[in-house]
Design a protein around this ligand. Structure first.
Ligand code: 5AD
Ligand code: SF4
Length: 476
């Protein structure tokens, strides 16, 4: 699983940059109520927020940009690191003031819901610490939102739903969507059975569950019909995907077969998938990376640390040499691929020597982009109880050294694209007059001058300059 970076809604994004799901007011719905959703964390949460908006639209909720006048405020939260979880409580303090002000203006009640992984992990505590909260709902319960709102409005008190039936959620959520642009996330798998010793996900999202092929294809077709050109198949362990083949043959499909199937849908020109685990990379998926032209040449494969001792303590289930060999095979299959990774510094027991192994890994693998974090103790995970926790100042020092190296690689990779012509999916206008903004195959934001009728198209752009996070070019 991975967070999403500020540079892009498709790539892992930093949790500090909440994404806001917006929807134009729907004039067809009488008595329409205002919905504000604030999203923290990973791409799964971005997807879930869109799905919450989808299930609430038929019962009269239209999304707005700010919470002040909202009838329903949903915070879709992230529990991955301590800071992420703490933000929820400070946001709830602000929401409480807005709720009081709204009532003071005689504009009626504001229902406040906390969703996502903090809700799953700390439901009861949220209710206790923040009485402003009317509803707490875990990630597998969003299909029940309308019913829960009805329960709250019938003044039945607070509502807490933290069931763990992922399959039921998949079956209940509609496969029709209201996409926001030309690139969309599509959940194919949820949950994690890997139990890395630092991570809360197996506890907050539950066991690995794959969605049936038919549901995924129906949703992808609906997105294509509505103009979406690029789909990112997402899951906490997306390459653990396995489901019955839709032809009734009794065979099981992995992610490779699913990708090849989705690639046949007319209108879908680009496919991505994230986040993968090294242990679940099979030959079929590597071959698909090599053969499937619609798959973008950008691949996120976290390693977390370069030292075998730390990888073992993290319960990652592979050594550094196995990861390096895997990357070798992926590069053989798809030589133009750019790699991205996740790293954690300061896991308990990490010595200077262990950290140097992480630096050696970065030097050997060479990443086009990356996400790196200081280890954050998560209560209830095995890592929290380990001896030899690393002091905060050592973690900070190591993170700085690691990031300097990773960012230098990212900048060098972007520079290597100068002079090349890349296909760019145009997502909208840029900041300057006449400027367009889109995504390269490697996910960098790309700016160039062009007419607005190109929005939604994939156009060739010759890259003229490159920074650490973005590219500038000319329409070729
Ligand atoms: N502390 C720091 N980083 C973490 N991640 C997951 N759990 C923790 C933690 N306790 C990072 C991993 C993962 C990414 C989504 O977040 O690198 O791949
Ligand atoms: Fe967390 Fe590890 Fe599962 Fe990824 S594979 S979600 S890091 S437990």
């Amino acid at each position: 699983m991975s967070d999403i970076s500020p540079r892009d809604k498709n790539a892992p994004r930093d949790i500090d940059t909440p994404a806001i799901v917006k929807r134009e007011a729907n004039v067809d719905i009488p008595n329409s109520k205002k919905l504000f959703i604030k999203t923290y964390g990973c791409q799964m949460n971005v997807y879930d927020s869109e799905r919450m908006a989808d299930v609430l639209a038929p019962v009269g909720y239209a999304a707005v940009d700010t919470p002040d006048e909202a009838d329903l405020v949903v915070l879709n939260t992230c529990h991955i690191r301590e800071k992420a979880a703490e933000k929820v409580y400070s946001e709830l303090g602000r929401i409480r003031k807005m709720k009081e002000a709204k009532a003071g203006r005689g504009e009626g009640d504001m229902t406040v819901a906390v969703a996502g992984c903090v809700a799953q992990a700390e439901g009861e505590e949220i209710m206790r610490r923040a009485p402003v909260v009317d509803m707490v709902l875990g990630p597998q319960t969003y299909h029940k939102l309308p019913e829960m709102i009805a329960r709250v409005s019938r003044a039945q008190g607070e509502v807490l739903e933290t069931d763990f039936d992922t399959q039921e959620k998949f079956d209940e959520l509609p496969t029709t969507r209201d996409p926001k642009g030309f690139s969309a996330f599509l959940t194919v798998q949820e949950g994690c059975d890997k139990f890395c010793t630092f991570c809360v996900v197996p506890y907050t999202r539950g066991a690995e569950v794959s969605r049936p092929v038919e549901q995924i294809v129906a949703e992808a077709r609906d997105l294509a019909k509505k103009g979406v050109r690029e789909i990112t198949l997402i899951g906490q362990n997306v390459n653990a995907y396995h489901a019955d083949a839709p032809d009734g043959s009794g065979k099981t499909w992995g992610l490779g077969a699913l990708i090849r199937h989705v690639a046949k849908i007319g209108g879908i020109d680009r496919i991505r998938f994230t986040t993968s685990h090294p242990r679940d990379m099979d030959e079929d998926l590597i071959k698909t990376l090599g053969d499937e032209e619609k798959l973008m040449p950008y691949f996120h494969l976290p390693i977390q640390a370069g030292s075998d001792k730390i990888l073992r303590a993290m319960n990652r289930g592979h050594s550094y040499a196995e990861y390096r060999d895997l990357i070798g095979r992926i590069r053989e299959a798809r030589p133009d691929i750019a790699l991205s990774g996740d790293f954690i510094v300061g896991f308990p027991g990490e010595t200077d020597l262990d950290f140097e192994q992480t630096l050696k890994c970065v030097d050997e693998i060479v990443y086009g982009s990356s996400f790196s974090f200081k280890y954050s103790v998560r209560p209830g995970t095995p890592g929290a109880g380990l001896p030899r926790q690393v002091p905060e100042d050592v973690k900070s020092e190591r993170l700085k050294i690691l990031q300097d190296r990773l960012y230098a690689q990212q900048f060098a990779f972007n520079q290597s694209l100068v002079g090349k012509t890349l296909p760019v999916l145009v997502e909208g206008t840029g900041r300057e007059d006449g400027q367009l903004f889109g995504r390269s195959p490697y996910l960098q934001g790309t700016h160039f001058m062009g007419a607005e009728n190109l929005i939604g198209q994939i156009v060739p752009v010759q890259i003229t300059s490159a920074g650490k996070n973005s590219l500038i070019g000319d329409l070729a």
